[in-house]
Design a protein around this ligand. Structure first.
Ligand code: FE2
Ligand code: FE2
Length: 210
């Protein structure tokens, strides 16, 4: 079970974005277009999933627990997400390895860095004490669940492409995530699994004896 607080879970994700961006930049410096495309793909999916997770889990908590200030912060964050999503759309139309592609990634990451800093410096330090440690850990687990979205994972064809994922309304994505088992349910299943051996050979033998 994840014992991370929401702050830690969000911060880890932000760090992951910067790491993927660094990898992309290194590939760019050595003119390796294939590697640029791969790291950019990793980066853009990470950003999109992270944004969706925040919109489903974090911003509603801010609105619920921080009153008018929370609503104002959440609205501002969602506006910035809209801008990043717009940039992700634009990026899909460009070709990795071109100057336009590189410039757009550079610009997008600069504004995203500022946005992420706001979350780390302004939003979460207000939210965490307002909800308390347990609720923060619970929110971190929910946040992790929302990040399950990846191509092919949800059996919903429009979401299989990156653009489809970006275009999906947040309500639809929220509905989709509640169809996954919760972390608690998965933990119970894991405990049940301990000591059990799903041995295929033994199963077949039992079958043939029956
Ligand atoms: Fe965000
Ligand atoms: Fe974030």
């Amino acid at each position: 079970m994840s014992q991370k607080t929401l702050f830690q879970a969000i911060k880890d994700d932000h760090e992951e974005m910067y790491e993927y961006h660094d990898q992309y930049k290194r590939a760019h410096d050595r003119n390796d277009v294939d590697a640029q495309a791969r790291w950019a793909r990793q980066l853009t999916w990470e950003i999109a999933r992270h944004a969706v997770g925040e919109e489903i889990v974090v911003y509603p908590l801010m609105e619920k627990h921080l009153g008018a200030k929370g609503k104002q912060l959440a609205d501002h964050d969602r506006e910035e997400h809209t801008q990043v999503k717009q940039e992700l759309y634009e990026l899909e139309k460009l070709k990795p390895g071109t100057p336009e592609y590189h410039d757009l990634i550079t610009r997008m990451m600069a504004s995203l860095h500022h946005h992420n800093d706001d979350e780390e410096i302004k939003d979460l330090p207000l939210l965490e004490p307002a909800i308390g440690e347990e609720a923060s850990k619970q929110a971190a687990r929910s946040f992790k669940t929302t990040k399950k979205a990846h191509p092919g994972a949800p059996n919903q064809p429009p979401l299989e492409t990156f653009v489809g994922f970006l275009a999906a309304p947040i309500d639809k994505l929220r509905d989709m995530f509640v169809q996954f088992p919760t972390e608690e349910e998965k933990e119970e299943a894991e405990q049940e699994l301990e000591g059990k051996d799903h041995d295929a050979k033994a199963g077949r033998e039992a079958e043939s004896r029956a």
